[in-house]
Design a protein around this ligand. Structure first.
Ligand code: FPP
Ligand code: MG
Length: 328
């Protein structure tokens, strides 16, 4: 059994309760709305963010009295809503092995289902205590995710985007919600220990960046069936991601010019893929990106050193490595 499967087993009861919350809290009495919503809510995925809420709560001494499952469902729903909208932006056809909403029912349905999920998130948060920090944390997080995606969209045609600018974008669009999952879990455990909350927030931010770098690599290297989405999606769109930004900085001038040309969506797709693959081989791009991702994972693990050495902490350390070694 892989480490990831063992972690899922360790908190299996919590995760079943989260699944039940997800279905129950997003149900609509209108059958088409319900069908479209459940198509994405029950569309699988690793449930990484709920896992982080639960483990962060446990490592901080969670007393079961506060509702971890609602918060875990809330972060997953923010994530699902952001993917539904991201797939509209990216014109993606497949997600989690299923047709995307806009492929099945069009952009209008996809945008509205994303909005519906946000409305459910607000309602679930309102039903919690009024002194709950979750509202503020998630309002800031959602804002940063939107900012990250807007800057990314704005910069999408910019071949000269720097590595630092790109890292900032991904720390917003992906890192913030993963960090918030850990922050909120820590609040559920020991809300007064700010050191624990800060440590878990740093942990989440670091694995979030590692997660997105690996996501960028998998787009070039992984089998689409395992990935549950089409491969080379970023390249097809002419999107500059971490591997391309690195390749651009290490290749020679002729290759750089050709790289800029093949990133133009009008270039023949096979030509673009063949060239980029040859560049990746020549400069060891995959290995370099995975090393950078591992550095982030190591920093994440280092942030946990002050926390008690419980099974939950070991699981969080293993999750940091899983984020880098995963194949989907
Ligand atoms: C996937 O990135 C997308 C994200 C991690 C964030 C999406 C955020 C928004 C659409 C902003 C709006 C968000 C909210 C909460 C209102 P990707 O395209 O690199 O990954 P992919 O290959 O999985 O599509
Ligand atoms: Mg996308």
């Amino acid at each position: 059994m892989s480490n990831f499967d063992q972690i899922v087993k360790l908190i299996a009861d919590d995760l079943s309760a989260v699944e039940a919350k997800l279905t129950e809290q997003t149900a609509s009495e209108y059958s088409f709305v319900d069908m479209a919503v459940q198509h994405v809510v029950e569309g699988g995925g690793k449930r990484l963010r709920p896992i982080l809420v639960v483990l962060s709560a446990k490592v901080c001494g969670y007393d079961e009295g506060r509702d971890a499952h609602t918060l875990a469902a809330v972060v997953e729903l923010i994530h699902v809503a952001s993917l539904v909208h991201d797939d509209v932006l990216d014109e993606a056809a497949i997600r989690r092995g299923r047709e995307t909403l806009q492929t099945k029912w069009g952009n209008k349905v996809a945008v509205l289902v994303g909005d519906y999920l946000h409305a459910r998130v607000l309602s679930m948060l309102v039903s919690r205590r009024s002194d709950d920090p979750a509202m503020a944390v998630l309002a800031d997080t959602t804002q940063a995710m939107c900012e990250g995606e807007v800057i990314h969209a704005y910069k999408s045609g910019d071949f000269d985007i720097s590595e630092a600018e790109y890292l900032k974008i991904i720390s917003f669009k992906t890192g913030k919600l993963i960090a918030a999952s850990c922050t909120l879990g820590a609040h559920l455990g020991n809300p007064t220990d700010t050191k624990q909350i800060e440590a878990l927030t740093v942990y989440g931010q670091q694995i979030g960046t590692a997660f997105q770098i690996v996501d960028d690599v998998l787009d070039f290297t992984e089998d689409p069936d395992k990935l549950g989405k089409n491969a080379f999606g970023d390249l097809r769109e002419g999107k500059l991601t971490f591997p391309i930004i690195y390749a651009r900085t290490v290749c020679n001038d002729d290759e750089k010019q050709l790289l800029e040309k093949v990133l133009n969506p009008n270039t023949d797709e096979t030509e673009a893929i063949t060239f980029v693959e040859s560049l990746f081989q020549r400069y060891g791009v995959e290995a370099h990106c995975l090393e950078v991702a591992q550095d982030y994972a190591d920093r994440a693990k280092a942030a946990l050193t002050g926390l008690p050495e419980t099974p939950a902490r070991i699981a969080l350390e293993q999750l940091a490595d899983y984020v880098v070694s995963r194949e989907s």
